[in-house]
Design a protein around this ligand. Structure first.
Ligand SMILES: [Zn+2]
Length: 61
């Protein structure tokens, strides 16, 4: 067994709604950042970075 395991945990945040990867890998995330999913439009807030945890922001009606 070598140490070359697949690197799948690249800290790429995934939309908690549609499970698509969020297009935010080019920017450095910070806790409190709000990211909008370009697939479903859901806005999520970064609540943790390592691992990345996201919270769906629900608009009050
Ligand atoms: Zn989405």
């Amino acid at each position: 067994m070598s140490n070359k395991t697949k690197i799948i945990s690249k800290n790429i945040p995934i939309c908690p709604d549609c499970k698509e990867p969020l297009d935010v890998t080019a920017v450095s995330l910070e806790v409190g950042d709000v990211v909008e999913c370009r697939v479903c439009g859901t806005e999520v807030e970064v609540v943790s970075l390592n691992p990345v945890k996201l919270k769906i922001i629900e608009e009050e009606k």
